[in-house]
Ligand binder design. Structure first.
Ligand SMILES: O=P(O)(O)OC[C@H]1O[C@](O)(CO)[C@@H](O)[C@@H]1O
Length: 424
């Protein structure tokens, strides 16, 4: 489970000091009303991915088939069709499964050459994911993968090397999968790509990685239960009301998400898309900033502390006292490093996060700390759904539609045009 707090001074006293208590309360009331309406409706489809839902069996079956046939899985997809899976399977580093998973989510000729050079065609499976089934990057990679696989020296059916996830209906990716005779799982039509991490889009890679789909979804369910039963204290509702109030009243235009764990680095990329694409519209929006502690204390912290006071900072921490290697006391003392004698790496990181939050607060920044008790599937599932709900509630307060992304479509159309106009 996770909890959140705002430092030693209560949130109320910090709001008082900023002179925004009334504005916050008004936004909180409206956020709570909206949360209650969502709860009365059974929450949103992205949050209704039950641990024992009807897709659990098909996900496990597809994962078993993939695992039985390969050593390497290439997950093709971009944005919401890749970032959630990447964030989720980052936890698998701790219990290495039998399949290595590659996620070339940015179209890069050099990376693709490298990947093809490293992998064995006979023992590679490709999972191509695209909700629309039309994304040029994913389709280009798919065609390149097929050619590479067929140029390999195996003689089995090429269709056995592919699995697809896309929406029902006519679309290039689906037609391609049907012609190949490969398994095709339906992308839920009522869940947007950047909200799809708890559906088969994120959970099939999770199942292949050896992590527990059930645990991710149970963690999400626990957070949804809390959101429904006590919205006024739910992380998502308070976070949304606070972000919106700080933006309206104090010109806070950036939201920082800074976990103190390398395994949550991919989570910050997932959050970046979720926040930016859902809220950046009609001239409105706050810009997501990604950082990971403690390493980014040595690159971005100067700006956070001493640059413009325009950021709402969220730290995600895991109590790490006593965790990790211990520093030999005599060795440390021999070099005048008494302060770290007999401390663990986890002791150091915990103190660094605390110190950084305190210095930010002293500089007048609003800092929220979300504490998870361990790096577990349950906690990550909870974080996913909490941040998705926070995004949706923030969109409601802003008066924008969280679920579309009209502005990026023009660039996609032009890319296709320029590509088709290239000389033969
Ligand atoms: O899953 P699809 O349809 O390939 O889309 C990939 C990504 O592209 C976008 O449409 C933006 O271009 C995102 O919203 C989406 O997650």
């Amino acid at each position: 489970m996770f909890s959140y707090s705002f430092g030693n001074e209560s949130l109320n006293s910090q709001l008082d000091a900023l002179g925004i208590t009334a504005a916050f309360q008004k936004n909180l009331d409206s956020a709570v009303d909206y949360a209650k309406a969502l709860a009365a409706d059974g929450l949103l489809p992205f949050a209704r991915q039950a641990h024992n839902g009807p897709d659990a069996g098909p996900i496990e079956a597809a994962a078993a088939r993939i695992k039985a046939s390969c050593d390497d899985l290439i997950v093709l997809g971009t944005g919401g069709s890749s970032l959630g899976a990447q964030a989720a399977i980052a936890l698998a580093r701790f219990n290495k499964g039998p399949v290595r998973i590659h996620t070339p989510d940015s179209l890069c000729p050099f990376e693709m050459d490298l990947l093809f050079k490293e992998l064995n065609t006979a023992r590679t499976h490709v999972l191509a994911i695209s909700k629309s089934g039309t994304t040029a990057e994913t389709l280009a990679q798919l065609l390149a993968c097929r050619a590479w696989l067929e140029a390999g020296d195996h003689s089995d059916n090429p269709g056995d090397h592919f699995t697809f996830i896309t929406e029902p209906g006519e679309r290039p990716l689906r037609t391609y999968g049907e012609k190949l005779g490969s398994p095709i799982l339906d992308h839920p039509t009522d869940v947007g790509g950047r909200f799809s991490v708890l559906t088969n889009v994120g959970m099939l890679p999770v199942a292949v990685s050896g992590l527990s789909v059930e645990a991710f979804r149970k963690g999400a369910e626990a957070v949804c239960d809390q959101f429904k039963s006590d919205p006024a204290t739910a992380t998502a509702v308070v976070g949304a009301a606070l972000t919106h109030t700080l933006e309206q009243e104090k010109g806070v235009t950036q939201v920082l998400v800074m976990p103190y764990a390398e395994s949550l680095r991919a989570f910050t990329r997932w959050h970046g898309q979720l926040w930016a694409e859902s809220l950046g519209k009609e001239g409105l929006g706050t810009t997501p900033i990604r950082a990971v502690g403690p390493v980014d204390q040595h690159s971005q912290l100067q700006l956070f502390l001493d640059g413009p006071n325009d950021k709402f900072c969220t730290f995600i921490t895991i109590p790490s006292f006593g965790k990790g290697p211990r520093i030999d006391a005599a060795e440390a003392k021999a070099y005048g490093l008494d302060y770290m004698a007999d401390r663990t790496i986890g002791d150091t990181v915990t103190c660094q996060s605390r110190a950084t939050q305190e210095t930010l607060r002293k500089k007048g920044r609003t800092v929220r700390e979300i504490v998870i008790d361990s790096l577990s599937e349950e906690n990550l599932g909870g974080l996913f759904v909490s941040f998705m709900l926070e995004t949706v509630v923030t969109a409601h307060l802003m008066g924008v539609n969280a679920f579309d992304q009209p502005a990026v479509e023009e660039g996609k159309i032009l890319t296709r045009q320029y590509l088709s106009e290239l000389p033969e």
